[in-house]
Design a protein around this ligand. Structure first.
Ligand SMILES: N[C@@H](CCC(=O)N[C@@H](CS)C(=O)NCC(=O)O)C(=O)O
Length: 253
């Protein structure tokens, strides 16, 4: 059994989609990131960066003590190695896939997160819209560039890392399918190869199932008070606020 520390967001879906694709049994442990679960010492022991997803595999390959992993890229690589699925073993194919996995982790995810923050979310935070202009231009521009990177790659390859569906697709799709909603619907006509791939991957039953896992968790309507507390938790994080819990978790871990 694999425990999945999860909340229904793009980074959470990467793991549920992978587990569904691999047919592995798992148990969801919700981490309410708007309610502060990510700062609980028991979670920080597993995920010191106070972010979900994370997993604990109680039945690791070769036996032994449970293995815990944070960072979705490491989680997908681990699950691929555990099952022998969606990541070739031989170096040539393996690193073709892993370079795109790292590309997603370092580029598309963070840039889309920042673009969404400045373009959509921060409207409720910044009193003067002018404060958002530079951040919006910078990060939406980066996302546009990254769409071009994917579109060119997908113009000559069925999947991101080549001819075969891999963890590169599984890790990228949960962000990519939201491009229209987060940035602008014109992306689908500007980048037709990207659209073809988003549609094809999105039609896979495991992708649809993984994306729906405990969707209702994120759908509760929040009061104004709760919204304010959520913003404070998510967008005003300083080291001081978490330092003692983080250090206690590091000592206990
Ligand atoms: N690079 C990380 C990113 C994880 C991440 O940013 N998770 C967000 C939700 S999508 C989170 O847990 N946020 C909690 C917080 O900001 O305190 C990964 O891919 O696992």
């Amino acid at each position: 059994m694999i425990d999945v520390y999860y909340w229904p967001t793009p980074n959470g879906w990467k793991v549920t989609i992978m587990l569904e694709e691999c047919g592995l049994e798992y148990r969801i442990l919700p981490v309410d990131i708007g309610g502060g679960d990510q700062f609980k010492p028991e979670f920080l022991r597993i995920s010191p960066n106070n972010r979900m997803p994370a997993i604990v595999d109680h039945d690791p390959p070769g036996g032994g003590a449970p293995i815990s992993i944070f960072e979705s890229g490491a989680i997908l690589e681990y699950l691929a190695d555990k099952t022998g699925m969606f990541l070739p073993k031989a170096p040539a194919g393996r690193y073709k896939v892993l370079q795109w996995v790292h590309w997603q982790m370092a580029n598309l995810g963070p840039m889309m997160g920042n673009a969404n923050h400045f373009k959509n979310y921060a409207k409720n935070i910044a009193s003067d819209p002018k404060q958002l202009e530079y951040g919006t231009k910078r990060f939406v521009g980066e996302v546009d560039r990254l769409c071009g990177v994917m579109d060119a790659q997908l113009s000559v390859n069925r999947y991101l890392a080549g001819a075969d569906y891999s963890i590169a697709d599984i890790i990228t799709w949960p962000w990519a399918f939201l491009l229209g909603r987060m940035i602008d619907e014109t992306v689908w006509t500007t980048f037709p190869n990207l659209k073809r791939w988003v549609d094809e991957v999105g039609a896979r039953p495991a992708v649809q199932k993984g994306r729906q896992v405990q969707r209702e968790l994120g759908q509760r309507t929040l009061t104004d008070e709760e919204e304010k507390a959520r913003r404070e938790l998510l967008f005003n994080q300083t080291n001081d606020k978490v330092r003692s819990a983080r250090e206690a978790a590091a000592r206990a871990g």
